[in-house]
Design a protein around this ligand. Structure first.
Ligand code: EPZ
Length: 427
């Protein structure tokens, strides 16, 4: 397994390119299942999860062709083509490694009238149920069977009638599955209490480019007119607002200044508002966001919430940053039940954090000390990288395969703006 070594203390400065969004890519790729024509995705990030999803789609009969690109280029162009599906089964050995695999459920039922998907099981941050995905399929007219660790969804007569999906709580993935199932339904559908994340908007825009009829995009009520078929399209994946927010925290925690190139400022207002409250200067420019630390960081009180609230995917990174604030911060994680796995690892570096239930009190310390630490999940890994950038001495982050799921060429991007960071392979 690879490790990342960081020798902290350098102020970061310069231009840092933001890649395509992982959480958009993972819902755009299964859209290829909805048509027999080619779907070309541009600005697809080079990430382990994107490769994993491509492998899953290959198992279903989708061809995935990646255009050549220069080694120094970020992102890739991938053309996906589901001319003829060879399977409608997402197997356990793939799904257990990447829970986003559940996002083939909706498009498979929409296109083929059936899907058999292994139950994903939990992960480090929570048990991650899929009950809302299944209720959405039923609301659209599918019959659901659970057996031997798999869920089977079938459309009576081979095509979903469509219907009204009303979510009791906001779910990004369940909204995505509902959308991808409804676009090929016989009749109209409505999704109420839909997630409003920018990645949902990106999905809707891609589906519209493929010929879908969707209104209410970006709102909590989305209406879909089912189509008999969709056609291919070429679509550019949106920039990654969580990657951008993570590197904004890197500028803040090192007392530096970074120009985050390519990010859409409108997608990360809750993040930039929190950074400004912490004393960081934010300047919005045409094609970059300038993030500049001033003198010190102020403590914050933050609760995670569905978009447009403060993103749960930014909680761990802010916690690392607030370990260096002048005072006590209070963070409350309202989305996932176990998203504080980074706390004991940050404590090994000298952080002063008390967790009670869903709330963490972070008391700022004068300095953090580099140490060997263990990554446990994607965003927790980034919080350890951030702490290492500010800590005295060397930090060694182990199990960086977690990072490779969501951050394209992280050490290259950070080295280019002054970080003393390297990846060490254990062979
Ligand atoms: C997506 O996960 C993202 N993943 C997550 O990003 C992100 O943290 C999350 O949305 C919230 O924004 C991808 O897009 C691939 P949810 P998802 O359904 O769709 C509960 C990262 O770090 N729930 O919105 O799985 C669930 O347990 C990852 O990039 C049910 O109860 O999240 C959670 O408490 C981590 N039943 C809440 O809803 C269900 O059927 C929100 O989950 C589904 C979800």
């Amino acid at each position: 397994m690879d490790r990342i070594l960081i020798r902290g203390g350098n102020r970061l400065s310069g231009r840092l390119p933001i890649s395509g969004a992982k959480n958009a890519a993972l819902t755009l790729m299964p859209c290829a299942l909805l048509t027999e024509e080619p779907l070309t995705l541009r600005n697809l990030p080079r990430l382990a999860d994107v490769d994993g999803f491509g492998h899953l789609l290959n198992q279903l009969g989708v061809s995935t062709m990646v255009e050549g690109s220069r080694p120094d280029e970020f992102g890739r162009v991938m053309t996906l083509k589901a001319g003829r599906l060879t399977s409608t089964v997402a197997p356990y050995d793939i799904v257990r490694k990447m829970r986003a695999s559940i996002l083939v459920l909706g498009p498979l039922v929409g296109r083929a009238g059936e899907a058999t998907v292994s139950l994903p099981g939990g992960c480090a941050i929570g048990n991650r149920p899929i009950d809302l995905h299944l209720k959405a399929m039923e609301a659209l007219g599918a019959e659901i069977e659970l057996a031997a660790g798999y869920v089977k969804a079938m459309a009576p007569g081979g095509r979903l009638p469509g219907g009204r999906v009303s979510f009791p709580i906001v779910s990004v993935g369940a909204t995505e599955n509902a959308l991808m199932a409804a676009v090929l339904a016989k009749g109209p559908s409505v999704i109420e209490n839909a997630a409003r994340e920018p990645e949902i908007v990106d999905l809707c825009n891609c589906l519209v480019a493929m010929g879908a009829s969707i209104s209410g995009i970006g709102t909590e009520t989305i209406e879909i007119e089912g189509r008999d078929r969709l056609h291919g399209a070429t679509y550019r994946v949106m920039p990654d607002r969580i990657e951008a927010g993570s590197y904004a925290c890197a500028a803040a925690i090192t007392g530096g200044s970074l120009d985050l190139v390519g990010v859409a400022a409108a997608d990360m207002r809750a993040t930039t508002a929190a950074l400004i409250d912490a004393g960081v200067t934010i300047e919005e420019h045409a094609d970059f966001l300038r993030v500049t630390a001033t003198n010190g960081l102020s403590p914050l009180t933050l609760s995670t919430a569905p978009f447009p609230g403060f993103a749960t995917d930014m909680q761990a990174q802010f916690m690392a940053m607030l370990c260096m604030a002048d005072g006590a911060s209070v963070l409350t994680e309202t989305i996932f039940e176990n998203r504080y796995m980074h706390v004991p690892e940050l404590a090994r570096m000298g952080a002063d954090i008390q967790v009670r239930g869903r709330t963490a009190v972070v008391r700022g310390v004068d300095k953090m000390i580099g140490a060997p630490v263990m990554a446990t999940d994607l965003r927790a890994s980034m919080s350890l990288i951030l702490a290492g950038l500010a800590a005295e001495g060397e930090t060694q982050v182990q199990r960086v395969y977690h990072l490779d799921r969501g951050y394209e060429r992280l050490e290259e991007k950070l080295s280019a703006v002054g970080a003393d960071i390297e990846r060490v392979s254990d062979g």
